[in-house]
Design a binder for this molecule. Structure first.
Ligand code: MF3
Ligand code: CO
Ligand code: CO
Length: 328
């Protein structure tokens, strides 16, 4: 099979829904553009765009497990404080430790052939086994317990019937609600053998999270975090997604506190000891600009190139940051 045939195989049929999620038939949407692009495309860029699969029915959560306010109607209400008391911090530590464990267990199951829905089932079951509620489930109507973001998906990918393929990269984003607190973390995993460019992207994204965490210091502006992340990404020729930020977290999944991952000098708020928030840079091979599928959730790069992400929940301490989403 030559490259053109490979690409042709991966494309939808003329009357199938377009891969871009527009809901239009392929022939009315991207067919002409793809046909113009493919003959000259070099081997590396011949990556079929991801297409939505089938989403399985909602997984139940046992009645004995305590739920966040939005679990039944999808609408979050509570607004927690961003600076935590010692007692709150202790509860948040437990939720975060559980999230780190669920992320590890789910990540260990990543391999060619497993569907993202099967990964969702693993994350869902492990969260419940630890006595937690999987925070994504029905958060603003999100249908699953885990976010699975493959290749050009930046974040909030919905687990579905698509089997992972060797050469994919996939971010698993786990949030656990336990002891009245949300703990949020994610990592990008390699599926089988991944090309050197993909491995480098994932490695630099991991380093970007570390740079962001290292920039945490009470009394310094929050914009220091994005400045450190963007400097590292730019050095490697990568982009930093702007539409999605880190966020304050605790009793509330996402508080109003935002942590940009690029340098935004207009963010003047200072970090304070006891503040808790996530740092979750999304790093792109090409443009940092994003598009949204018409499922209302799946954020993809505008150019179809890959994106990788890592996330921790941290607490600001006297001397820097305590990473809460670790198994300890
Ligand atoms: N865990 C994601 C974050 O890092 C949020 C997922 S919201 C969901 O903020 F509804 F998509 F689950
Ligand atoms: Co988050
Ligand atoms: Co997350």
């Amino acid at each position: 099979m030559n490259e053109t045939e490979l690409l042709a195989r991966a494309r939808p049929g003329r009357n199938d829904p377009c891969w871009c999620g527009s809901g239009q038939k392929y022939k009315k949407c991207h067919l002409d553009e793809d046909a113009r692009a493919s003959p000259a495309a070099p081997a590396r860029s011949v990556r079929a765009r991801l297409r939505p699969g089938v989403v399985s029915p909602r997984r139940p959560v046992p009645a004995a497990i305590s739920r966040p306010d939005y679990a039944s109607n999808g609408r979050p209400r509570a607004q927690g404080r961003d600076v935590k008391t010692a007692e709150e911090l202790e509860r948040l530590r437990r939720a975060c430790r559980a999230a780190a464990r669920v992320l590890r267990v789910s990540g260990e199951a990543v391999r060619p052939g497993i569907t993202t829905d099967a990964l969702d089932e693993i994350a869902h079951a492990e969260t419940i086994r630890l006595g937690g509620y999987p925070s994504p489930l029905n958060y603003r109507g999100f249908p699953k317990s885990l976010c699975t973001s493959v290749n050009e998906v930046i974040c909030h990918g919905i687990p579905d019937s698509r089997p992972l393929e060797a050469g994919d990269i996939v971010n698993l984003d786990v949030t656990v609600y336990l002891d009245g607190m949300h703990g949020d973390c994610s990592a990008t995993f390699l599926v089988g053998e991944v090309d050197p460019e993909g491995r480098r992207l994932v490695q630099v994204a991991r380093e970007c999270l570390a740079k962001g965490v290292a920039a945490v210091l009470p009394g310094r502006p929050i914009s220091d975090i994005g400045r450190a992340i963007e400097a590292h990404a730019s050095r490697h020729g990568y982009g930093v997604v702007r539409s999605y930020c880190g966020h304050g977290i605790g009793e509330t999944f996402h508080t109003s506190l935002q942590i940009p991952h690029h340098y935004d000098p207009s963010v003047r708020r200072l970090m304070e000891e006891g503040m808790t928030f996530t740092i979750e840079p999304m790093i792109t091979e090409g443009t940092w600009q994003d598009l949204l599928w018409d499922d209302g959730w799946t954020a993809v790069t505008a150019d179809g190139k890959r994106s990788a992400q890592f996330e921790h929940t941290i607490a600001v301490t006297g001397g820097g940051a305590e990473i809460l989403t670790s198994e300890g």
